[in-house]
Structure formats: structure tokens, C-alpha cells
Design a protein around this ligand. Structure first.
Ligand code: UDP
Ligand code: MG
Length: 317
């Protein structure tokens, strides 16, 4: 589309404890945009870093009017940081990527080209998953396979490396949930989509900020936000166990009338343990959905900003 040629894109990047390399990393992103003559603004969200990230972002934003730096009031997590970025970005399209350059900035011109040709969501698909442990890769496969099946949204090899048209960003901003899952939301909204492959690069510096606990929390948010299949599974499990119980009852009655009364104290204990665990798992699943409702109903803001530096000036909060 001709009209998209001159339009400015916003590049949103969440930053958490990336102070050691952020300046060089962003210089690379800027250089690539400049070489490809893409008008851009950088929106850097400091997610309550405890290193020198904010000092770096502040001085970068003060020196360069193309950079907007936002500091959240504490560490909210990557998802809320992305929401903050989408809220503040002003460009005709928003490109989201990681600060550690695992999403290679060399792909930006290609993504912008696809958008200019009319795509409204340009999604990065991981060609290889970079250096990940085999167990991690297995878990990721299993997890994404399961939620892809349950939600009907294809999550396999999906990433947060995306370019979204303004229309899509506005649609996503209308989704009111407090606990967000960026990948799910951008899939849920639909629109004209196209994908491109990229190799996950090595982290430029430091190590992943995602602990197992955070990954599990994200997984729970993803599942509870996009499907109620686990609740149906409980009902189905209940029916299967009822069916088994009826069969066992018939068999026991038959044996009794045939003159072989059953002892089977062990069986009783085993059955009790089995049923007990099933009930506890089921309650746990219901609990997860309750927790989700509880968090949503509180209606707290997704994030709080403490400082914004735009066009070289600090804005009053
Ligand atoms: N990140 C963030 N808040 C957090 C954790 C991570 O904003 O609480 C950012 C981080 O700075 C990086 C991106 O999210 O830009 C991806 O994080 P990371 O590289 O640690 O995750 P991984 O690549 O292992 O998925
Ligand atoms: Mg990373």
C-alpha cells in the first residue's frame, strides 16, 4: 500500500535488567531502520529494572527524540510491559521485539515490507528454537500443542516477535482483561495475517529472566484465558468414573449371587486414593478459573508508570 510508505512505525521493546547491552542493542535496531529508510520511533519500557537500565534509557531518550522511555513503578512482568508499550506507541504500526536481540533486528525491513503490502498482523515463526534444553523444548511442544488444540489458535513455534497494524492495536486495547497473554490476544483478534520465519539468535548478554514459576504462571493465564476445556474434562472424567463404577457394581453383584463374595479391602483403599486425587485435581482446576475471575474482578490497572520521557522531555505524571 502506497500510503504506508511514509508512515512511522513504533518499535516496542520491554526491558528488564538489560542495562549492560541496551545501548548497543538499540543502536543496532536504529541503524537497521535508518539503512532501510523506515521512519520509526522506539518505545522502551523499563519494567522496574534493578540495574542501570533506567539510567541508560533515560539518557538515550533525552539525547534522541525518536526514543520514548517509560518506567513502570515496579517489575510487573513482560506481558504488562508490552501492554504499556502498546498504549503509548503512536505509530501507524507497532512492532514488538525483545531487548536481548533474540528476535533479530535484521528481520525488521522484511516485516515492514509485508505490512506495506497489506498484511495487518505480521507474525514471526521460530524456525529453530535456538539453544534450548531438550526437556524445555519438549515441554514447550507439549504445552503449545495442547493449547493449540483446545483453543483453536495455532501457538506452535509462535513468538512475541510481531508487527501489528494500528487497527489491530486498537482492537487489542479494547480487550479489558487484566491478566494478558500477548500471543493469544494478537491471534484472537484475527485480521489479515501473514508469517515469516526467523532463527532465534543467542541472547546478546545475561540470561533469560523467565523462571520456571513465571513460565507456569504464563501457561495458566494462557489456558484459562482462551479455553474452558479443562472444566469440560472434569465432567467427562466424572462420567468415565461413573461408568467404571457401574461396571464394577454389576460385576460385584454377579459374583455375590454366584456365591463368590468379594473381600478386597486393598481395592477399597486404592479406589479411595484414586478418587481422592481426582477430586483434588478437579478442585485445583476449578480453583485456577476462580483465581482468574478473582484477579479480573478486582479491576486493578495492568501496570503503573512512574516516569515517561518523550521527545527529550520528562512528562509530568
Ligand atoms: N522482560 C520484561 N520483564 C520481565 C522479564 C522479561 O520486560 O519481568 C523482557 C526482557 O527484558 C526481554 C524480554 O522480556 O526484552 C524477553 O525476556 P527474556 O529474554 O528473559 O526471555 P526469553 O527470551 O528467555 O523468553
Ligand atoms: Mg530472550
Amino acid at each position: 500500500m502506497e500510503s504506508r510508505l511514509q508512515e512511522r512505525i513504533s518499535i516496542v521493546i520491554p526491558v528488564y535488567n538489560e542495562g549492560a547491552h541496551i545501548r548497543e542493542s538499540m543502536a543496532r535496531v536504529e541503524q537497521i531502520c535508518r539503512e532501510a529508510s523506515i521512519p520509526y520511533e522506539l518505545v522502551l519500557i523499563d519494567d522496574g529494572s534493578r540495574d542501570n537500565s533506567w539510567e541508560e534509557l533515560r539518557s538515550m531518550a533525552e539525547e534522541n527524540p525518536d526514543i520514548t522511555a517509560v518506567r513502570l513503578s515496579r517489575n510487573f512482568g513482560k506481558e504488562p510491559a508490552l501492554c504499556a508499550g502498546l498504549d503509548i506507541a503512536a505509530g501507524a504500526a507497532v512492532l514488538v521485539m525483545d531487548a536481548d536481540l533474540q528476535h533479530p533486528p535484521e528481520c525488521i525491513p522484511e516485516m515492514v515490507r509485508l505490512w506495506r503490502e497489506g498484511a495487518e498482523v505480521v507474525e514471526g515463526v521460530k524456525r529453530s528454537r535456538g539453544k534450548e534444553k531438550r526437556t524445555y523444548r519438549f515441554c514447550a511442544r507439549l504445552f503449545y500443542g495442547m493449547i493449540s488444540k483446545a483453543t483453536g489458535i495455532d501457538f506452535d513455534n509462535a513468538s512475541d516477535f510481531k508487527l501489528l497494524d494500528r487497527k489491530v492495536v486498537e482492537a487489542m486495547k479494547q480487550m479489558p482483561e487484566r491478566m494478558t497473554f500477548f500471543r493469544g490476544m494478537s491471534a484472537w483478534v484475527g485480521f489479515e495475517r501473514c508469517t515469516f520465519d526467523f532463527e532465534v539468535a543467542e541472547r546478546v548478554d545475561g540470561k533469560s529472566k523467565f523462571s520456571l514459576k513465571r513460565l507456569v504462571t504464563l501457561a495458566v493465564t494462557a489456558v484459562t484465558s482462551y479455553t474452558s476445556a479443562p472444566l469440560h474434562c472434569i465432567t467427562i472424567l466424572g462420567f468415565i468414573m461413573l461408568f467404571g463404577a457401574v461396571l464394577l457394581g454389576i460385576q460385584t453383584l454377579y459374583m455375590k449371587f454366584a456365591g463368590h463374595a468379594q473381600g478386597g479391602f486393598t481395592t477399597v483403599i486404592l479406589l479411595l486414593l484414586f478418587i481422592g486425587s481426582m477430586i483434588m485435581i478437579s478442585l485445583g482446576i476449578i480453583g485456577l478459573y476462580l483465581m482468574k475471575i478473582y484477579h479480573e474482578i478486582k479491576g486493578r490497572p495492568r501496570y503503573l508508570t512512574s516516569r515517561v520521557i518523550r521527545m527529550g522531555e520528562e512528562e509530568k505524571q
